[in-house]
Structures are given as C-alpha cells and as structure tokens.
Design a protein around this ligand. Structure first.
Ligand code: FRU
Length: 493
C-alpha cells in the first residue's frame, strides 16, 4: 500500500525541510566558508502559517545540515521572504566589536494589513539574528510590500534594494549607505505577464558567452503563469545604480513547467559566480501535495550564465551545480542506434536519484521526401515507467523541434491544477545538425528536472508516481535515432 506520509517521495539530493511546510528560499549568502540556505518555513504543520526562517548550511550546496530556526514568527508578524548580505565593513554600525562574519538579514514582517521591512544582524555566523531596535527600516504603509533583496552596487558605492510592490505590479528600487536608511530610486514595471501579485525580485549580474556582464532582474508572479499559477520571469538589461532598463520587450521565463518559483540568488559568491535555487512548488497546489510530514522541496542549485540563442536572443543557461561529485556511473555508451518504431528497456534501481545525459540525432526526415504521404510523425520518447502502466515521459518531436514533459500518467496525486503536460520549442538547434537534441535529466523522489538544448531550456516538475518507476523505456516513432551518447548515473551524497 502507498505510504500516507509520502516518505517514498522524499528526494535524497534535493533539499527538503525536516518537517512541516517550506516555500521560498531566503537569505542565500556565502560567508567565506559555508553556504547558508534559509527558507520560508512552518515547522509545525505542512501548510503555510506562522512562517519563520528555517536554516541549513552546506560547504558544497548539495549536502545540507539542518540548523535551528533562525528568524522566528513574532508579535510583529510572520518572517516573510528576504535576503542576507555580508556587512564586511560594518556600514550599518551594528557590528562593532564583532569578530565573526557580519551577516545582516533584511526581510518582510507580515501582519494583517501591513508589511514592513526589518533589518537583523547575526553575531553567531547566521545561527540566530538580533532585530535592529529601530525597525522597521522601510515602511510605506502598504499591506502588500515585500521580499527585499539587497546587492552592493560598486560604482555608486551603495546598497541597492529591490522589493515587490505587490499590487502596483512593479519592483521598487531603493538605495542606502548603511542598510538602515533607504531612499527611493525608481520603479520597474508593470512588465511581463499580467498577474495578481508581484513577488520575490532578485537583481544580479550574469556573464554571457563572451564574458560581458549584464544585469538580470528576476520577478516572480502569482498567479498568471501561462502554465498555471506561479512562475518566475526575468528581464535582461542595464542598471546604473538608479534605474533598471531592459534591452528589449521580450518576456522570458526561467522554466517551461510549473514548479520553479521564488527563484533567489546567492550573495557574496567568489568570482561573482551566479547561482540560484528555486522553490519546487506552485501556490495552486503546494499545500495539498501527497506528503503529510513535510511539504516543499528546493530545486538543485544552478549556475547561471547568459547566452545568445540561435535566434540572437540573450537567454539564461542554467546548469545544476556540482552534481558530478555525486555521480556513480550505471551505464555509458556511444553511437547506439534505435531504428524507427524501436523499443528498448533499461532497469533502474529503486529509491535512488537518477541522472541521465543523452544526446540524440534523428535520421533524415520524411518531410524532405517528395513522395511522402500522410503526416510526418518523428519522435523520440524516454520514459521512467513501471509495470503498473505509470509513465513519466520526456520526448523530442523532430519535425517541429519541440520537447515535451508528460507527468500526467502518474497516479499518486490528483488535483485540478496539477496539470500534466508541458512543451518548449528548442528555438533553433544549437548544433550544426538541426536534427540533434540533448537532454539532461535528474529524477530524485518527487523532484524532476529537465535541462535541454545545452541547458537553454529548463523544466522543473514535482512528480508523484503511485509505484516506483523502475524501468527506463526508450522508444522511437516514425524515424530512427542515433543515440550519440548516453550516460546514466545514480547520485549519492
Ligand atoms: C512567495 C511568497 C512571498 C512571501 C512568502 C510568504 O512565494 O508569497 O511573496 O514573502 O511567499 O511565505
């Protein structure tokens, strides 16, 4: 019988809270030795209430050690989303006599009818925080003003805060010398998709393939995703210390499925490396997921770069960071061929995180055959399956150069908003052969991630099979495919 606690769904490589409910990542900071991951947390029940900051630390962003609650829910309100920075030069004046890492957190205190921004400092390396006596440091008398993220802007030598004016549909930019006094600079938006709420802005510089730096502004919105519910958008442009100006009017999303929300970036990364993590969840169903003891998972940490895609659009490239160190090879091969309407099965171990890296090339298309009649159907499908008929399918449609994800044939969770199918154009092949595609997949308990087309496309999806998916099926329709390379790994910490 299926366990009611959902133990079988708990990922081994993706971060999950020990108990209770988790949503957004918060306070992501590297302190010189350790990475901190704080998160929106209700430790007492697996739904959103009495939110505080949970905490975990890591030296590699993959193995996490749970820590005590870092910022409690108080009489001033729940501890909503925010950031952490290192106030190395004690610009706030609040770290006098401190010998540790000067970790300062800025977050929203949320009580009914009012959301204000609080500053707190830690003298024990992020274990706990003392709230600044003069809080709030920013209050515009708004019921929906939240999720501050702060970066240090070198050219103007100021701290810059981005924050969501949730109902006005814009992102406020503020500046400060001391993290305490904040002056309004500008607003960005409305921009992107029409929605109800703007949330969780994040501003960061990211390098493109030539090494040039660009400012990227992430804006989460909920609901209003084209896939339904919550989604993270991003804009690429310039930032002069006061105003963010996007280069173009193109709307970009970080993901083509629906479980990558509230994306946040680590501050103080050596060499300016850009690394994010997103909450694997969607407000449409996150409080009803079929795991009773705990709800919520984080995506893998992802390194970010920008790249011009074959159409000349600058796009985000996300690569799971450091998982090579967890790999145990299960199968490696090159140049295998699966003829048209071919089938192949590979047994998978149960209860282990699986990573698959595959590159395929479809044979020449019947589309180019002048004598061909009927529709041209040319597909490659890869499915994590079981003998009970469940199937988590990923595939490539060669004539239209689109990939799909289908979680709709899994039976462990039924909800009107838990929709099954997602697709993405691969937007002009990055290879010299436009009939080629690459897929990089990670399946880890309920956490499933797809990276495709040299990591230009990402899909993040929660998956709930009723029974373990213990066989991998490779299938072709209408045309043969060369499996240029295939590597299957189990991932172990
Ligand atoms: C985003 C969000 C934030 C808020 C937090 C509350 O998922 O709604 O805007 O600060 O979650 O937990």
């Amino acid at each position: 019988s299926v366990e009611k606690t959902g133990k079988q769904y708990r990922p081994s490589v993706h971060f999950t809270p020990p108990t209770g409910f988790m949503n957004d990542p918060n306070g992501l900071v590297f302190d010189g030795t350790q990475y901190h991951l704080y998160y929106q947390h209700n430790p007492d029940a697996a739904y959103s209430a009495n939110i505080c900051w949970g905490h975990a630390i890591s030296t590699d962003l993959l193995s996490w050690k749970d820590q005590p609650i870092a910022v409690p829910d108080t009489i001033d309100g729940q501890a909503f989303t925010g950031c952490a920075v290192l106030d190395t030069h004690n610009s706030s004046g609040l770290f006098a006599g401190s010998h540790g890492n000067n970790i300062a957190a800025l977050y929203t205190r949320a009580r009914p009818g009012r959301q204000t921004q609080f500053l707190a400092t830690s003298r024990n390396n992020g274990q706990s925080f003392e709230e600044y006596a003069g809080n709030p440091v920013l209050d515009i008398e708004s019921p929906n003003f939240r999720d501050p993220q702060v970066v240090y802007h070198e050219p103007t030598r100021k701290w810059v805060m981005v924050i969501a004016q949730v109902d006005q549909h814009n992102i406020g930019f503020y500046a400060s010398n001391d993290l305490i006094h904040w002056t309004h600079l500008s607003n960005f938006g409305p921009a992107g998709l029409p929605t109800v709420n703007y949330e969780c802005p994040n501003l960061i510089q990211i390098r493109d393939e030539s090494g040039a730096l660009h400012w990227v502004l992430f804006v989460s919105i909920n609901p209003g995703s084209p896939m339904g519910g919550s989604v993270t958008q991003y804009f690429i442009g310039t930032f002069d210390g006061a105003v963010f100006r996007p280069y173009d009017a193109i709307l970009r999303l970080t993901d083509f499925a629906k479980d990558a929300y509230a994306l946040q970036v680590w501050s103080n990364m050596p060499g300016g490396e850009a690394v994010n993590i997103a909450w694997m969840g969607n407000w449409q169903y996150c409080q009803e997921l079929p795991t009773q003891d705990w709800r919520g998972a984080m995506s893998l940490p992802r390194s970010m770069t920008l790249r011009h895609d074959p159409n000349g659009y600058l796009r985000l490239v996300q690569v799971p960071r450091g998982i090579e160190s967890l790999r145990h090879p299960m199968l490696t091969e090159q140049g295998a061929y699966l003829p048209a309407d071919g089938r192949r099965e590979i047994a998978l171990p149960r209860g282990k995180a699986i990573e698959i890296v595959i590159r395929l090339t479809a044979d020449e298309s019947r589309q180019t055959d002048p004598n061909a009649s009927g529709p041209v159907i040319e597909r490659f499908e890869l499915a994590f399956a079981n003998a009970e008929g469940e199937r988590l399918s990923i595939g490539y449609d060669a004539p239209s150069t689109q990939i799909w994800l289908d979680r709709g044939k899994l039976r462990g969770f039924d909800h009107p908003f838990f929709t099954g199918r997602f697709a993405a154009p691969i937007n002009g092949a990055v290879y010299s052969n436009p009939r080629s595609v690459d897929l990089h997949l990670v399946l880890d308990g309920c956490a499933f991630e797809i990276y495709a087309n040299e990591h230009l496309e990402t899909a993040t999806a929660l998956v709930y099979p009723e029974r373990p998916l213990d066989v991998l099926r490779l299938e072709t329709t209408g045309v043969g495919f060369t499996i240029d390379s295939l590597a299957i790994y189990t991932l172990d910490k």
